[in-house]
Ligand binder design. Structure first.
Ligand SMILES: Cc1cc2nc3c(=O)[nH]c(=O)nc-3n(C[C@H](O)[C@H](O)[C@H](O)COP(=O)(O)OP(=O)(O)OC[C@H]3O[C@@H](n4cnc5c(N)ncnc54)[C@H](O)[C@@H]3O)c2cc1C
Length: 408
């Protein structure tokens, strides 16, 4: 059977649509399928850190996002109770974060993939990945009218999230796994102005965050350790509000706001998967997932899309072999995200910070350069490896010592 496509991408959200778009822009024949139709929502909050917004700029899409009226965010604040660290999360070139509704962001990405020449099939559920001689050669799926279809391609890309059917069929090696650590619920509120701030509140075994999104609404998410998931599920609203009461000033603001939606929530596992094998590749959550406490998923999905599309292009154009290009994709991904993965898993446990970290946080507080560094690290703009490097830590501690001598 002839191959109509170079690549089939399964899943058309943050990882799949950009992968399809970039491949199509490079002249490859791409089929993009999703069982969802667009616009549609998904269970996810949606902080888009500055480097994610920068990726949209590189792809020529940021103006489309800002035209939707999505409020920009230029300050991240981390309230630890005794003090708040407030800093700028971005760079001079990419200073702004956003919190776009997935109904809007994902539709914008799907449309861009189609404009680039991708063939899109919505409402199409992939049931199977087809293998011949150990190599993925296509998919079998079903459209909304229940008609079964087989499509073939050189490469099948799984951008189909945590329960990836492509990963399920390919059985990739899974490594550095950790179970779910945190459970969280979110809802949207009106009458809760945020003034361009993404606010995070860290308390003992509890945390919550708030950010402004489309339509004058504010997203508020609150969480607790996964060990309390089953118990706290019995009264989601009560536990959500009790968590917010741990920061009385924010709780006051929330009391004068109005909840406009039901609660949605999740707890997710943490893992890396080898993101390629003969005839297949994985991008986004399908290949690498981590707790959402650091809100890195969309940014990571965007960067995966660029790396994977670039590697596939090299292999299609014969610059290098599939194996060499995709091994580099895996290496680059893991090297880039590993420190943030560890930091995320540490935060998601919601344990009180160890004494050393508490000292460091106190030293950072009040030093604007260090607070900006802390905000940038939490945004994924700089790596935790860089931020917690001994030289940087020593400089921040020394800065605090000098400040306290000066005020003594
Ligand atoms: C509660 C929560 C809060 C989060 N908050 C943030 C945040 O603030 N910021 C952030 O950056 N990230 C956040 N994340 C993570 C973020 O949602 C993910 O990292 C991101 O959505 C990954 O995108 P993706 O395209 O890989 O997968 P997904 O968004 O999961 O998309 C997968 C797509 O594949 C399709 N699909 C799956 N199986 C099939 C099939 N068999 N056939 C056809 N189609 C299929 C699905 O319909 C879906 O559209 C959060 C996650 C959760 C759970």
């Amino acid at each position: 059977m002839a191959k109509a496509f170079d690549t089939i991408v399964v899943g058309a959200r943050c990882a799949g649509s950009p992968t399809a778009m970039l491949l199509a822009r490079m002249g490859h024949r791409v089929l993009l399928v999703d069982r969802a139709t667009f616009p549609s929502d998904t269970v996810s909050t949606h902080i888009l850190h500055p480097l994610g917004a920068e990726a949209l700029s590189r792809w020529g899409l940021i103006d489309r996002l800002t035209a939707t009226g999505c409020p920009p965010i230029d300050i991240y604040a981390f309230d630890f109770g005794p003090f708040t660290i407030t800093g700028a999360p971005g760079t001079r070139d990419a200073p702004l974060a956003y919190c776009p509704r997935r109904t809007i962001l994902d539709k914008l990405l799907v449309d861009a993939a189609v404009e680039a020449g991708t063939e899109l099939r919505e409402g199409f559920t992939v049931e199977d990945v087809l293998f011949e001689d150990g190599r993925a050669v296509g998919i079998r799926g079903r459209s909304p009218n229940a008609v079964s279809a087989v499509e073939r391609a050189d490469v099948v890309v799984g951008a189909d999230g945590r329960h990836s059917v492509v990963a399920g069929a390919a059985h990739p090696e899974q490594y550095d796994e950790k179970p779910p650590l945190l459970a969280a619920y979110y809802a949207y509120w009106s009458g809760l102005p945020m003034e361009g701030r993404f606010e995070n509140y860290v308390r003992d075994r509890r945390g919550f965050a708030a950010a402004p999104t489309h339509d004058g609404l504010t997203l508020v998410i609150a969480g607790w350790p996964y060990t309390e998931f089953a118990d706290n599920k019995k009264d989601i609203e009560g536990n959500y509000l009790k968590t917010i009461e741990l920061a009385p000033a924010f709780a006051d603001r929330l009391r004068s706001a109005r909840r406009e939606t039901r609660f949605a929530g999740a707890a997710v596992p943490n893992y890396f998967r080898k993101p390629y094998g003969p005839g297949w590749a994985l991008v986004g959550d399908a290949g690498y997932n981590k707790d959402f406490i650091t809100a890195q998923g969309i940014l990571d999905a965007f960067l995966d899309a660029e790396r994977c599309a670039g590697a596939l292009h090299e292999s299609f154009s014969g610059t290098t072999t599939f194996e060499v290009a995709m091994a580099a994709y895996q290496r680059d991904r893991d090297a880039k995200v590993k420190a943030m993965y560890d930091f995320t898993c540490q935060l998601a446990a919601l344990e009180p910070p160890p004494a050393e970290l508490q000292n460091l946080l106190a030293a950072i507080h009040g030093n604007q350069e260090a607070m900006d560094g802390f905000a940038r690290m939490n945004a994924g703009t700089t790596s935790p490896a860089e931020f917690f490097a001994p030289g940087n830590v020593d400089a921040m501690l020394a800065g605090a010592a000098t400040r306290s001598q000066a005020t003594a």
